[in-house]
Structures are given as structure tokens and as C-alpha cells.
Write a protein that binds this ligand. Structure first.
Ligand code: OSB
Ligand code: MG
Length: 368
């Protein structure tokens, strides 16, 4: 097997509604897709889940395209290379984790097709179904919020994540807690607070929250450790964990009790697996986050979420929650147990509809 062609597609999927967070709004979802084809005619896809603007991580759609086109994909030409070898080989390239993930994921599909085993199986996944929750963006009114939460609970989601920011927290979250006294609720601050606002965060302790995700600086672990000493609610880190070494340091410092592993943010499945090992050793709980990926990115997220320490509900939702249409079929389904099935077949586990890629296309590049 040799890789004989590498292409990049930039697509834009319209969203059903704006997703409002502490870092800003997402009104339409850009996606950067990687398509590799081997000498045996196997076609595999990966996704770099960058946003259009550097609001959540510093990478953007354009930086991803640049790194993919000029640094990562040219290395694959006429090569027979495993995802593990690739991850090792590009270790010298600093940052740009979302771009790296786009290539590594496509290589996992190739490996999976070659060996006839699912990506979850290759990673050592232990779960057939992944418990899932839903991330609810900020709404203008409490009535709108309660209606969405009710709808999501009816759809079977196991926990509700509420986006918060200073001035838009306690009353907002309390209204959901009062309306639904028994459900699992967590909050995500997306780095919109400072330690000096600790009193606002302490107040949330009385709402019996499952966890509080990344309230402080996007590159901070020191202040999160100080905060964790002052609050009962477990802190979950998202933005500040960009590789396994960060996770080790955060755990040592007591900066979190939970980690949201987004395979893209940590630069791939190899790194996600390292965090799984670390969490097992230190008794930290994990769950798989999401970045409003297309079905391509979600398929790999499901494989990661099947690893042993990913016991908490994942932010993995059917496409129809946020979008009208996706580039993959069939859509994910939330079972009556509140779980989404992990793909069991070799490859991505979903069909990529190239006609849909064309329908939403903004740009395409043939690297070789
Ligand atoms: O902080 O978890 C986040 C989406 C884009 C960027 C950051 C975040 C999110 C989400 C979406 O919360 C969760 C999902 O993909 O379902
Ligand atoms: Mg988050």
C-alpha cells in the first residue's frame, strides 16, 4: 500500500441556530477535510476541526490548510506509513494539533481498512456504546433554555452542558436545576473568567453540578489548581490540555479531577490514548468532547470515547442536532439508554457522500 493522492476540502455547513459560548458565536460551521487515496484504491477521510476564527484555539481553517498543504501532507507521498509512525515522525512540528489530527485520522482509517478491524478495536476500545450528553449554547431567555433542555432530555441525552460567562451564570443555571432537580448538569466557561471572579464560581457549588469545565485562562493550570482547592464541584480541563504532558502536569498540580479529551485538540488518537493511560494510573475521569465536527470527525471521536477511562457522557451528538445535513450517512442515533453505538466495521464506519462535500465546498487543494 502506498499513498498516491492527498486532497484537502474546505466546506461550510449551515447551522440550524447560532451556537453561543463564552468565546463567541458560531453561526456556520467550517470544516477542513483530508482525503487520502492509496495505490489499492482505498479512499480514507480525516477532519481538522478548526474554527474559522482563533477564538477557541489559535488554529483557524486557514492555518490548518497551510500546515496540511505545506508541511504535513507532502510527507505522505508514495509512503506506506502507519498513524503511529506518522505521529512520531511529525513530533518536531510544534502545535497545530488540529491539522495533525486531520492527517492522523485518515491514516487510522487506512490502517483499519488494511487490517479489517475497526478503529476502536485498533485503539483498544472497551465500550460498544458511548454515553452522550448535549452542549447547549447560551440563549437569550430562560424560557428558550428550558425548552431546549426539555427537548434534549426527550431525545435521550444523559447530561446537559450549559455554556456560562460572567454575568450569565448562577441564575441561568439555577433555573435549569430548579426545573430539573435530578438531571446531570455541568457548566462550561470557555476561559471567560479570571480567578478574581472566584465568588461567582463558588456560588455554582450549591447547584449540584457534575463538573465545571475550563472556567479560567485557556493556557492556565496554576489558577485552576487554586480554584479547585476552593470549590467542591470537580474542575474539568478542556482548552489547557493540548497534549498528554499537560495532563500529567495538571494532575500533579491538582488543577482538575476530570479531563475533556478532544482528539483534535490533543493532536490525534495516539495522544488521546496516552491520556487514557495517564488517567488510568492517576484515577482521573475522562470524557470525549466535541467541536461540532462533521460525521467524519465524530466517527473518530466515538472510537476514542470507547477507551477504558472515558466513563462520563461525551459531547457527541447526531448531526441533525446542529445541522440540517452532513457529509456522512447514516446519522448517529441516541439509543433509549442514552448511548451512541461505536462503529464496529473497518474504516470510518460511515459512508462519505462526496456529492455533499461538493455541495458545501468553499475550496479544494490537491497536494499530490
Ligand atoms: O468548549 O467544548 C467546547 C464547540 C466548539 C468549540 C468548543 C466547544 C464546543 C462545544 C460543542 O461545546 C460540543 C459538541 O461538539 O457537541
Ligand atoms: Mg469546553
Amino acid at each position: 500500500m502506498k499513498i498516491k493522492s492527498a486532497k484537502i476540502y474546505h466546506i461550510v455547513l449551515p447551522m440550524k441556530f447560532a451556537f453561543v459560548t463564552g468565546f463567541g458565536e458560531i453561526k456556520e460551521r467550517d470544516a477542513v477535510l483530508v482525503r487520502l487515496e492509496t495505490s489499492d484504491g482505498v479512499v480514507c477521510w480525516g477532519e481538522s476541526a478548526a474554527l474559522a476564527a482563533p477564538l477557541y484555539l489559535e488554529e483557524t481553517v486557514q492555518t490548518c490548510i497551510h500546515i496540511l498543504k505545506d508541511f504535513l501532507l507532502p510527507r505522505l507521498k508514495e509512503r506506506d506509513i502507519s498513524p503511529e509512525e506518522f505521529a512520531q515522525e511529525i513530533g518536531f512540528i510544534r502545535g497545530n494539533n488540529l491539522a495533525k489530527h486531520g492527517v492522523e485520522t485518515a491514516l487510522w482509517s487506512i490502517k483499519s481498512e488494511m487490517e479489517g478491524k475497526s478503529v476502536s478495536h485498533l485503539l483498544g476500545g472497551v465500550r460498544e456504546g458511548v454515553p452522550v450528553g448535549e452542549s447547549v449554547g447560551m440563549t437569550e431567555t430562560v424560557e428558550q433554555l428550558l425548552a431546549i433542555v426539555q427537548k434534549r432530555l426527550d431525545e435521550g441525552y444523559q447530561r446537559i452542558k450549559l455554556k456560562i460567562k460572567p454575568g450569565h451564570d448562577f441564575d441561568y443555571v439555577k433555573s435549569v436545576r430548579d426545573a430539573f432537580p435530578k438531571i446531570q448538569i455541568m457548566v462550561d466557561g470557555n476561559s471567560s473568567y479570571k480567578l478574581s471572579q472566584i465568588d461567582d464560581l463558588k456560588r455554582l457549588d450549591e447547584l449540584d453540578l457534575l463538573m465545571m469545565e475550563q472556567p479560567l485562562g485557556y493556557d492556565d493550570i496554576v489558577d485552576h489548581a487554586k480554584l479547585q482547592k476552593e470549590i467542591r464541584t470537580p474542575i474539568c480541563l478542556d482548552e489547557s490540555i493540548i497534549h498528554a504532558e499537560d495532563a500529567r502536569k495538571a494532575i500533579e498540580l491538582g488543577a482538575c479531577k476530570v479531563i475533556n479529551v478532544k482528539p483534535g485538540r490533543v493532536g490525534g488518537l495516539v495522544e488521546s490514548k496516552k491520556i487514557n493511560e495517564l488517567a488510568k494510573k492517576h484515577g482521573i475521569r475522562l470524557w470525549c468532547g466535541g467541536m461540532l465536527e462533521t460525521g467524519i470527525g465524530k466517527a473518530y471521536n466515538l472510537a476514542v470515547a470507547s477507551l477504558s477511562e472515558f466513563s462520563l457522557p461525551a459531547d457527541i451528538v447526531p448531526t441533525t442536532t446542529f445541522f440540517n445535513e452532513d457529509v456522512t450517512v447514516p446519522d448517529l442515533v441516541v439509543s433509549n439508554k442514552g448511548e451512541i453505538e461505536v462503529p464496529k466495521t473497518a474504516g470510518l464506519g460511515f459512508e462519505v457522500r462526496e456529492d455533499k462535500v461538493q455541495k458545501y465546498l468553499r475550496g479544494e487543494w490537491t497536494v499530490f
